[in-house]
Design a protein around this ligand. Structure first.
Ligand code: SF4
Ligand code: SF4
Length: 447
């Protein structure tokens, strides 16, 4: 039975090594609670496992039972147990009018033609939107987390993005060169990554992802949007963990602006490259330039799944990302949607909803929104809070368990969440214990 003793001691060493790595990584993530708890757990496991073995030298049969129990727990954690649902992407039944989105509506100022026209057609939104407009604008004094130095820095980044608008489109340079679809797909993906994207995927452009009418930007308000491109190249950019950890304060907005600037450079470069091959291509950049809805396009392009919080959740960085996109007719090979347990984890988690200061995230089931079954964010409530805070908040992104950095220990947990409903329960329980369930109470941060 000497083998049982060796395996028992090795198993103890592996568990202790895992806890040590977790404790050190938690210090790196500045998660004091997780670091202390994992260190305490390490001491307990070490004492019980090794002291117990060397002092009491238990019966090999007992060691064997302990090992069998641990093997069973591992199997339950990593094997496909229970259901892993896919996103119900479905068929969108109607296009979204960009004039209806909150970022367009906040720009309709009382006394202007747009204001009169829009609210004569949508009187039900007028009071709600007026209340939002009466709050300080983002990055302006009066917001709860206003910070003059950061506001100037962020404003400069958005100004650069606005100045890039004229670069998003143009004539294709020549007659289209013949391309090998597979090779061109790899080339575009490599280039997108080399330019700074963290992941990139391709989807056929569903016409329902294209806004019906212009709501923002330099083009004529209310003009129909004619984007009939065949494909969308969607990409993600990681948001810096330390900046996101400061949500809802202004550093997260600074990081948002930084990534949007990066996204603008990447997409404009990719679109220009494609046009130089003789194919039409248009970059879609932040601010006032999107012709398409990026999150559903990114889902179909295999970059992630839509979560309860209303953002795309990616396998590596969770919702801690920003999106960019190029639409084009360049022949490409589309990717397939992915699933890694988000739909089932979000069902039981609700951490974003519990911590949302505006109550914008539903705690209940998904609903059918224009043919897509999803958790629907109350965007007016969310945006109302943005204006009151003076930032783009991001608390939901900060507390989401998928936002942890892709370290060794978090990746092991993700591997379990992807397959096993048992792992989802245990991971959620562990997340609450190590990181806490609430960081906000009655609209106030508990820190
Ligand atoms: S916090 Fe939880 S419920 Fe919300 S999106 Fe993240 S995993 Fe889903
Ligand atoms: S950004 Fe803030 S207010 Fe908006 S849904 Fe997320 S937590 Fe709620």
């Amino acid at each position: 039975m000497i083998y049982v003793d060796i395996i028992f001691l090795l198993t103890g060493a592996i568990i202790c090594a895992f806890l040590s790595i977790f404790a050190v990584a938690s210090i790196g993530e500045k998660k004091l609670r997780a670091a202390i708890l994992s260190a305490v757990l390490l001491v307990i496991v070490y004492a019980v496992w090794f002291e117990g073995y060397f002092i009491y030298i238990p019966d090999p049969e007992i060691l064997l039972y302990i090992l069998i129990a641990i093997t069973l727990l591992f199997a339950l954690f990593f094997l496909p147990i229970g259901q892993t649902r896919s996103m119900e992407i479905g068929e969108l039944s109607e296009k979204v009018d960009e004039r209806d989105i909150i970022f367009a509506r906040e720009e309709y100022l009382p006394g202007t033609e747009k204001y009169e026209k829009y609210y004569s057609e949508h009187p039900e939104l007028k009071d709600k939107d007026d209340r939002i407009r009466n709050l300080p604008e983002l990055l302006e004094p009066g917001g709860k987390y206003y910070n003059p130095e950061l506001a100037v820095k962020i404003g400069a980044k958005f100004e650069i993005i606005e100045n890039m608008l004229e670069r998003v489109d143009g004539e294709a340079n020549q007659l289209p060169v013949a391309v090998d679809r597979d090779k061109m797909t790899s080339e575009i993906k490599d280039l997108t990554r080399r330019l700074g994207a963290d992941d990139v995927g391709i989807a056929e452009l569903d016409p329902m992802f294209v806004y019906s009418h212009v709501g923002r930007g330099p083009d004529k308000w209310g003009a129909p949007i004619n984007n009939n491109h065949n494909y969308v190249i969607a990409f993600t950019m990681e948001m810096d963990y330390d900046h996101v950890e400061q949500a809802p304060r202004l550093p997260i907005t600074d990081e948002t602006a930084t990534q949007y600037l990066r996204g603008a450079l990447i997409s404009i470069h990719i679109a220009a490259f494609i046009r130089s091959l003789g194919y039409p291509a248009r970059a879609h950049i932040a601010g006032s330039n999107y012709q398409i809805m990026l999150p559903p396009a990114a889902c179909v392009a295999g970059l992630g799944e839509m979560g309860r919080l209303g953002y795309l959740i990616t396998p590596k960085f969770g919702p801690r990302i920003r999106l960019g996109a190029v639409t084009t007719d360049l022949p490409l090979v589309p990717d397939k949607p992915v699933k890694f347990g988000v739909q089932d984890f979000c069902r039981i988690c609700k951490k974003c909803a519990i911590n949302c200061p505006s109550g914008a995230i539903p705690t209940g089931d998904k609903t059918d929104v224009r043919g897509v079954v999803k958790w629907q964010l109350d965007i007016e409530r969310c945006f109302h809070y943005w204006r009151a805070a003076g930032s783009d908040c991001g608390l939901c992104m900060r507390v989401c368990p998928f936002s942890h950095p892709p370290t060794f220990t978090h990746n092991i947990v993700r591997a379990g969440i992807k397959r096993s409903s048992f792992a989802r329960r245990v991971s959620l329980w562990g997340d609450d214990i190590f990181y806490g369930k609430n960081i906000i109470k009655s609209g106030t941060l508990i820190e």
